[in-house]
Structure formats: C-alpha cells, structure tokens
Design a protein around this ligand. Structure first.
Ligand code: M6R
Length: 369
C-alpha cells in the first residue's frame, strides 16, 4: 500500500500533485466560474458575511493562516485564525454575519468540534473544510467543502495540508466572485495559476535528492530554526512542526520580522536556519526584507538554508544551501515552498532510524480534549 515508498509519509508527500489537482477538479468551468454547489449555504447569505473566523489545530491551523492572506487580499473580508482550544475558552464575539470555517483533516478533532458547536450556538454560520467524508465536523456544520487528498495514514500531515490550502483558495475565489471583489478574468487567471501547481510540485519532487542529502548531513542537529514573512510565515511554522513531530528535534518557526525582538539572540555559530524567501517579482519590500534577514542571521554565524524562487540570484551569496522552487504568485507560494521542508523532515527522521509514520506520543486524530 505504500506504493514502493519506505513510509506512508513519503508516499503521501509524493501524492501531493494529485491531492491538489483532485481538490481543484470539477469546481470551476472553462470561464473560471466557480460552482461550489456542495457548500449548502445560500449565496445571498454568503454575501452578507462581515467576518470569517478559521478554527483548527496543528497543521490545519497553519493552512488557515495561509488562507487569511489570500482571502483578505481577494475578498476584503477580515479573517481571524484561532486555535480551536483557545477559541472555546474565551468569550469570542461571533454572530449571524460571522462565517466560521473549521479546517480538519480527520473531521474528528474534539477541540475543533467543540469550538464549532459553540460558534453555532452563538448563531454563526459554520463551514467545514474536511478530508474525511461523513465525519463528525462536516456532519454538524451548515456547509462542507471537501478536500480530495485521499486517505492520509501518516500521523504527520502533508498532502492534507496542501489540499486544505487549495480548498481555502477556492473558497476565497468563490466569495470574491459572489461579492464582486475580483473581475471574472482575475479569478480565471488565479485558477489557471492554481492549475499549474501540481506539475510544479512534481518538479520539486523530482529533485528531492538534493533535499534528502542535506537532511542526512544534518541528522545530528539539535535545533533548527525556520523564518518566513507573509505567507512564508505559516510555511516556516509548518516546517518546524514537521521536524518536531517526527525527528524529535527542537525546532521553532518565527516571523522573520520578529528576529530583532528576541529570537536573534538564539543565533550562534553553526545554528541551522531555514529561510523561506518570497518571490522577487512580488512586492519588492517583502523580498528585500527577507534577504536582509538572511544576512543578519548569517553575520551571527547561522548556517543559512534557503528556499527561494527560480531565478532569484540575490540569495546565493548569503546561503550555505539554496533550493529553488518554480515561479508562482506570492499568495500561492506555500503550495510549493512547504514541500522541500516536508521532504527534509521525513528524510532526517528516517536517517535517525525513527518510524516516521507513527511518531512517539502522537495520534492521527485527537479525539480527546
Ligand atoms: O484532523 P485535524 O486536521 O483536525 O488534525 C489537526 C492536528 O491534530 C494535526 O494537523 C496535527 O497537528 C498533525 N499531526 C500535524 O502533522
């Protein structure tokens, strides 16, 4: 069942072109008109929404953080992302104009289920982005948008994450279409860019040996840091989580702008730091700020490991190692930049002899509070 791969996790990393393609499949027509009939929330009701609150845990919450950048940019609706277990224990302000979007691979995460129930009691509309047909969270929600990643067996989430991000993009574009925030031509162009993502992921997978070699050389690392800005920030958080979960290495993700507010004190000679660099074709200030961050940590002795876009020559001089991902619009970049970090964690954990599919102390679905 592992399709010739040594672990489910590695197989699932390699399933990602299909996970993204299948999640996009059949959800728009040739003119780029989205038809999310399965949603079951009235189009008119959706146009009245004044706020979106994303509720999720772990990797699924990082998918929500990526969604915040895209949905706010495309739809101009404020999006809050909150861990389900934090949301439940304060007094959150939600009403009938709030759309709750829960994200859960399993659809059984108890904290997320309880948070959705609570929001529903307060009168909010609830939508579930879920990978498991007929599971509890979609059954209890007003609407559901299924991700089509296929069953995810490894405890560490990989293909479900990319499928979740894809689904939130579809939701954002659908809301922009309903509310008239984007022209139909713009939506069509973004869908065309999304359609190219599966083959770009494949391109990264075809070069996985470059990443695996680095991972094996770092099997003795005791701490790895991850930096990102904008959509690169949740990617950094996810890269760190993967490493903690399966390789049991201390890892932390930071917003690159926070460095000087504390974390830079951690940097000394040889400290490995992954940096997710945004496209140089995007907002210029974003790219140049991240390049300065690479220089700052390097000047303090860090071993800089950089994920950058094809053709970005500005990072070479400051990096011990660079992995190039294909060009794509900045908002879609997490679908590519995450992949090398998944491969890195999987290979490093395997090199240490750990069972990457069944990491210690963790369960695939957390059905207790
Ligand atoms: O099934 P869910 O998406 O609700 O699960 C949420 C988290 O438990 C899950 O993403 C967890 O963080 C994974 N082990 C991450 O790899």
């Amino acid at each position: 069942e592992k399709g010739g791969f040594p672990s489910f996790m590695e197989k699932e990393i390699f399933d990602q072109p299909a996970a993204v393609a299948d999640t996009l499949l059949g959800r728009s027509d040739a003119d780029g008109r989205l038809t999310l009939d399965e949603l079951r929330i009235d189009a008119e009701e959706l146009t009245k929404i004044s706020k979106i609150v994303v509720l999720a845990c772990g990797t699924s919450a990082y998918a929500g953080s990526v969604a915040k950048y895209a949905i706010e940019s495309w739809c101009r609706i404020p999006v809050e992302v909150e861990l389900s277990h934090e949301f439940r224990y304060r007094e959150p302000i939600v009403d009938e104009n709030t759309l709750i979007v829960s994200i859960s691979q399993s659809g059984e995460t108890m904290d997320t289920l309880m948070a959705v129930r609570y929001a529903k009691e307060q009168g909010a509309k609830t939508m579930s982005i879920c990978n498991t047909n007929g599971s509890t969270i979609p059954r209890e929600s007003d609407a559901v948008l299924y991700t089509h990643a296929g069953p995810e067996i490894a405890v560490a989430s990989t293909k479900a994450f990319l499928a979740q991000i894809t689904a939130t993009y579809l939701l954002g574009l659908y809301l922009a279409q309903l509310r008239g925030n984007l022209f139909q031509g713009q939506i069509k162009d973004i869908l065309a860019d999304l359609g190219k993502i599966p083959s770009k992921i494949q391109d990264i997978l075809d070069r996985s040996d470059e990443i695996k070699e680095l991972a094996r050389s770092m099997a003795d690392a005791s701490s790895v840091l991850f930096l990102g800005r904008h959509v690169g920030y949740p990617v950094a958080m996810e890269g760190a989580l993967k490493l903690k979960e399966i390789a049991y290495i201390h890892a932390e993700g930071f917003a690159a702008g926070e460095l000087k507010h504390g974390p830079i004190a951690l940097i000394d000679d040889g400290q490995p730091v992954f940096v997710v660099v945004p496209s140089p074709r995007g907002r210029d200030s974003l790219h140049s700020k991240v390049v300065s961050n690479i220089q700052e940590v390097r000047a303090r002795g860090a071993k800089t490991l950089v994920i950058a876009e094809d053709g970005d020559d500005s990072v070479k001089d400051f990096s011990e190692w660079v992995f190039y991902v294909p060009e794509t619009p900045t908002l879609l970049m997490p679908l590519l930049a995450t992949v090398p970090l998944q491969i890195f964690a999987c290979e490093l954990a395997s090199a240490k002899g750990f069972d990457v599919d069944q990491p210690r102390n963790l369960a695939k679905s957390v059905t207790v509070e």
